[in-house]
Design a protein around this ligand. Structure first.
Ligand SMILES: [Zn+2]
Length: 511
């Protein structure tokens, strides 16, 4: 810690607390205050926040216990929002539940008033979760279960863990009687995973409640060294990949299943799937991903991995780049993540064909979810490549698009998403994240990054408001893979340390 600067700061008590927490991963933010000191002089009387609400683990367990599964048309988020509203209300923070046309599906907005009218910081955390395959879980997905140092439950990582860390960190400041220089809005949104009434709907209805100067949501990974827990690379995302879908459809002769033929729809489709699954779109590095991989090379303790990354970054030919990328992905402790950051991805997500045992169906279809790199390969170029790759397969390749929109029009829209610039880094929020990362994870490398998935940041992006993302807990690859999968969990120590990180980040906004 930079003690000289700390001592000169009037907020000695609070900074001392932070100094005491530095590098102590297992120590949470719960327990009595270390020092009330001078900060109390300039602040209003502290509100008595319940100790359980200051403990992000306790709060996360409660959040997980609400089944907010979103099967595609919204989840039942009202009870969750009411619980969280109770937490805010007890701390004296004004809140509002904003209903959607679905009675049990709501948004919650909490607003901590600041001392000036500077543009607010908005923390965006969704309450809905993707569905579970309950029988494939080792624990009940809707009971936050701590086992061997990890907390398991649907949403532990995505993103109730981030929600719990943000809320607990803010409540810690409130409990200390702290005041912020600007409003801090915490929007707990619904319909992030699917559904019509998500953040874009909310923004159309109530933009006045969401208007902010900068936004933080889910995104940047906190990666570990090979031992799975030592912080290696702390990232904040400033851009999301471009989301689109392809539909592959094969047709064959519908006939009696007693007389099979080699060109049945399901067979043709399966051959095409197999071919596309084995094909990789070309690598496209952008300034954002170059910066990320350069930081990864500095951060890793694996010298061969670092060397391969440098080869990837310095490759002059397509072949050298592809060869280096194969080594990078093979040596990475997070291979699927690092593969996804290099190129447009194809994931086979929904397949449908057939309806009866004695009928060979005439049609077979698979939906392919694709994620393109903004500023990298354009979706239209990718689509063209997939079509030419599968030209000999007698399978139709269509770009899935909203009803009433032609392919040409939709490609134009995707071009716009592709051209979205990464969030500006010259903002108080980005600086706060960076400082908090340096203080909390002093031996790790910090870097801005591309998010391989998507977020509900769209409405703020449309308003040119910078949006960033973090999942504030160091994770290993098994945890990363369990996101949207089975046995989702995060390390308890990592959650506690991440809560300290969030506390430090908000601390930069205290008066
Ligand atoms: Zn999420």
């Amino acid at each position: 810690m930079k003690m000289g600067r700390l001592l000169s700061n009037q907020m000695l008590g609070r900074r001392s607390l932070l100094g005491g927490l530095a590098g102590v991963g297992a120590v949470g933010l719960t327990g009595s205050r270390v020092f009330d000191g001078s900060s109390a002089l300039a602040s209003p009387p502290a509100v008595n926040v319940a100790p359980a609400d200051l403990d992000s683990l306790d709060l996360l367990k409660r959040m997980i216990s609400y089944d907010t599964q979103n099967f595609g048309t919204g989840g039942k988020t009202r009870p969750f929002a009411e619980m969280l509203k109770g937490v805010w209300d007890a701390a004296g923070v004004s809140t509002e539940i904003i209903p959607t046309p679905q009675p049990d599906n709501v948004h919650l907005v909490a607003r901590i008033k600041g001392t000036t009218s500077a543009a607010p910081v908005l923390i965006l955390g969704h309450s809905d979760v993707v569905p579970v395959e309950k029988e494939r879980w080792r624990t009940d997905p809707f009971v936050g279960t701590v086992r061997k140092g990890q907390i398991f439950g649907r949403g532990a990582l995505d993103m109730k863990g981030m929600d719990a860390a943000s809320v607990s960190a803010l409540l810690r400041h409130i409990d200390e009687g702290g005041q912020f220089e600007r409003d801090i809005i915490v929007l707990t949104d619904c319909d992030e995973e699917a559904g019509e009434y998500g953040s874009s709907w909310l923004a159309e209805q109530h933009w006045d409640k969401l208007d902010a100067g900068m936004v933080l949501t889910e995104g940047g990974w906190f990666l570990a060294q090979h031992d799975r827990t030592t912080p290696m690379l702390i990232t904040v995302t400033r851009q999301d990949k471009v989301y689109f879908n392809l539909d592959l459809t094969a047709r064959g002769v519908a006939t009696h299943s007693s007389k099979p033929n080699p060109n049945a729809a399901i067979v043709k489709l399966s051959r095409a799937v197999d071919e596309l699954a084995g094909w990789l779109a070309p690598i496209h590095l952008t300034p954002v991903t170059r910066e990320y991989f350069a930081a990864l090379a500095r951060a890793t303790h694996d010298r061969a991995f670092a060397k391969a990354i440098r080869m990837l970054l310095h490759a002059r030919s397509h072949d050298t780049r592809e060869r280096a990328a194969r080594v990078v992905v093979a040596r990475s402790d997070y291979p699927w993540l690092h593969s996804a950051l290099l190129r447009t991805t194809t994931a086979f997500v929904i397949e449908d064909a057939g309806y009866k045992e004695n009928v060979i169906p005439s049609t077979a279809h698979v939906r392919v979810n694709c994620r393109g790199i903004p500023g990298g390969q354009k979706p239209r170029a990718f689509l063209k490549q997939v079509r030419s790759q599968l030209a000999h397969r007698d399978v139709r390749v269509a770009l899935a698009r909203p009803e009433g929109t032609s392919e040409a029009e939709y490609l134009d829209q995707l071009d716009k998403s592709w051209a979205t610039r990464p969030a500006d880094l010259d903002t108080p929020l980005y600086r706060a994240i960076k400082k908090a990362a340096a203080a909390t994870y002093p031996h790790a490398v910090f870097a801005p990054a591309l998010f391989e998935a998507g977020t509900s940041l769209q409405p703020w992006r449309e308003h040119h408001i910078p949006g960033y993302g973090v999942y504030p807990y160091v994770i290993d690859n098994d945890q990363l893979v369990a996101m949207h999968g089975n046995n989702e969990g995060i390390y308890v120590d990592a959650l506690r340390k991440g809560t300290a990180f969030m506390y430090r980040m908000f601390d930069r906004f205290r008066v």
